[in-house]
Design a binder for this molecule. Structure first.
Ligand SMILES: *Cc1c(COP(=O)(O)O)cnc(C)c1O
Length: 368
């Protein structure tokens, strides 16, 4: 390809994010590599959404750029989920997926050589990827054997020029929630550090730090409709923070970042949250079954999970073998994710999970 002389030289080094490195899934595959809900919206909700589209959305008009109704509904849900009543609609900012909010946070804090970000690996890769596309340096810390952050190292790493700390609660891909010691450390960080707590998997862990936000103007919680709410296709996430911070996030985003259909879908999902979140208990049972079954495989260590996925590592052996396992399962029809030195398997339907376990077990037997 020809060199484009007008492009920033640092971008030529970067790889585009590819959720499915071998290409988009086609055919009858079990998609257990992206942590989505294994089930679609119930047909009656889809019909309702289609009706809303037909009857209430004028496609020739711009959507509500203030997300007024949606923010109100999100604030109600957040208060309910954190048993608090302090979260008013102006504590919410809505994004085209939480990915957009991650980018807004970075634009608002570190762009233009003003700071770096800290991540403890392995963790969600988008923080580092988006930071690098904006020319923002990434400081990478380690985790201990239980996947909690090496806090001693973090103390020394989270100093100027670091301005933003990204933590996932519970973490992806390792599935562990923040420990008391980690939370204590986050509380102790000085006001010049922004703490981002990504609660993408909140509905599966049922543990949130939202009630603490009023005491911490330097904290922001991110959540998404892409996982428990089954709306990955519509792209909607939200930030919860003190209004002085959401006000800034609103400034740096694009004016019509959320299509009208997406707003309608998210509002509908919240109206029917009882129905949608009913599926969580089944998923947690399936998660336990999967952990129990995978734990019988002698070559793997299977970690506890607070999320809708299970993480495992080989007792001996490394990345080439894990890559071979993921590739073999893919040819048999199950997509799983090889990441962070382990395998991450989304909890799917009972049938998908059984197939994943059977295929993995059969693969290991063939290697013996
Ligand atoms: C899936 C996920 C998200 C969701 O991103 P969207 O852009 O809202 O789909 C955010 N953070 C983490 C850690 C995730 O795993």
């Amino acid at each position: 390809m020809p060199m484009l002389d007008f492009i920033r030289s640092d971008l030529t080094q970067l790889q585009a994010y590819t959720p499915h490195p071998g290409g988009e899934p086609t055919g009858p595959l079990d998609i257990l590599d992206t942590n989505e809900s294994p089930v679609d919206l119930p047909p009656e909700l889809k019909a309702k959404l289609a009706w809303l589209y037909q009857e209430t959305i004028a496609t020739n008009r711009y959507p509500d750029g203030s997300h007024h109704r949606l923010k109100g509904a999100i604030a109600t849900y957040v208060n309910e989920s954190a048993t608090t009543n302090t979260i008013a609609p102006d504590w919410i900012s809505v994004g085209n997926g939480s990915d957009e909010l991650i980018r807004s946070v970075l634009i608002a804090t570190c762009l233009g050589g003003q700071g770096s970000v800290y991540v403890a690996e392995p963790t969600f890769s988008m923080y580092g990827i988006i930071a690098e596309t904006l020319g923002i340096p990434v400081v990478r810390g380690q985790r201990l054997a239980d996947f909690s952050v090496d806090l001693e190292q973090a103390q020394s790493q989270v100093v100027a020029p670091v301005r933003v700390v990204f933590m996932v609660h519970p973490n992806s891909p390792t599935a562990n929630a923040l420990t008391a010691a980690e939370i204590h450390w986050l509380r102790s960080l000085p006001p010049e550090i922004l703490v981002v707590i990504d609660e993408a998997y909140f509905e599966f862990s049922q543990t949130t730090l939202a009630a603490e936000l009023p005491q911490h103007p330097n904290w922001v919680i991110l959540r998404t409709f892409s996982k428990a709410f089954r709306l990955a296709a519509l792209r909607v996430g939200y930030a919860i923070a003190h209004p002085s911070l959401t006000h800034i996030l609103e400034k740096v985003r694009l004016p019509y970042n959320l299509p009208a259909f997406t707003q309608a879908g998210a509002e509908l999902a919240l109206q029917h949250r009882g129905l949608l979140l009913n599926a969580i208990a089944t998923l947690q049972e399936q998660r336990q079954k999967m952990i129990t079954a995978l734990s019988t495989l002698p070559s793997f260590v299977v970690f506890p999970s607070e999320a809708n996925f299970v993480y495992l590592r080989l007792r001996e052996g490394g990345d080439p073998e894990l890559a071979a396992i993921a590739a073999a399962l893919k040819t048999e029809g199950t997509l799983i994710r090889h990441t962070g030195g382990g395998l991450r398997i989304t909890v799917g339907t009972a049938v998908e999970n059984q197939r994943a376990i059977a295929r993995l077990t059969a693969y290991l037997h063939r290697q013996d």
